[in-house]
Design a protein. Structure first.
Ligand SMILES: CC(C)(COP(=O)(O)OP(=O)(O)OC[C@H]1O[C@@H](n2cnc3c(N)ncnc32)[C@H](O)[C@@H]1OP(=O)(O)O)[C@@H](O)C(=O)NCCC(=O)NCCS
Length: 155
């Protein structure tokens, strides 16, 4: 069965199994050191039955949020799951009153730029974002800081 067929029926919903998330992020080379923080990021997952195929996290600070840990299992890439997870996280952030979403990336800048994200100087980042573990310790200083203004789709 082709990968696209396997992932096509995946559903996206809140994910709470931190160990499964940790395993997936580890396998994708993304940071996990702060997953146990309290309250910690909230995660969405892409599930095929009970299997976690992809994930994305949000750390919300009022009208600003950090999008992090976007990862799709290597056997299920290239069939739209990353795009769907990102769109679902943006919808969730908007529903929570977030108007500006930030992220750090060393590996997928072009992916995010093609979805409306623009570069920001690190010094321009809001204090809440600068205080996150990803910003202050876990991501290298060479990581690109990107942001996107969120707005509700026209009715
Ligand atoms: C980045 C990632 C989540 C994309 O997931 P995916 O399910 O393969 O993405 P999609 O199938 O929705 O891809 C959509 C498009 O993005 C492109 N794309 C995928 N990964 C990309 C990357 N790393 N850089 C640039 N473009 C990328 C695809 O080619 C595709 O292009 P198209 O629409 O022109 O065909 C996945 O590659 C991944 O888990 N990478 C490892 C972890 C990582 O780097 N995460 C980002 C850190 S914040």
């Amino acid at each position: 069965m082709k990968s696209a067929d396997k992932a096509g029926t995946a559903t996206i919903r809140p994910a709470s199994d931190r160990e499964a998330i940790r395993r997936l992020l580890d396998s994708c080379g993304l940071p996990t050191a702060d997953l146990a923080a309290d309250p910690g990021p909230r995660f969405l997952g892409a599930f095929k039955e009970k299997s976690l195929l992809g994930t994305v996290g949000l750390e919300i600070y009022g009208e600003t949020a950090l999008l992090r840990s976007l990862a799709v299992d290597s056997g299920h890439r290239g069939c739209g799951l990353g795009r769907r997870l990102l769109a679902a996280a943006e919808r969730e952030a908007l529903n929570q009153g977030v108007t500006r979403l930030y992220l750090l990336t060393t590996t997928a800048e072009a992916f995010f730029r093609s979805r409306g994200y623009r570069g920001s100087g690190r010094e321009e980042a809001p204090e809440a974002i600068r205080r996150t573990s990803e910003f202050s310790t876990l991501c290298p200083r060479s990581a690109a800081l990107l942001f996107k203004e969120l707005s509700a789709p026209a009715a």
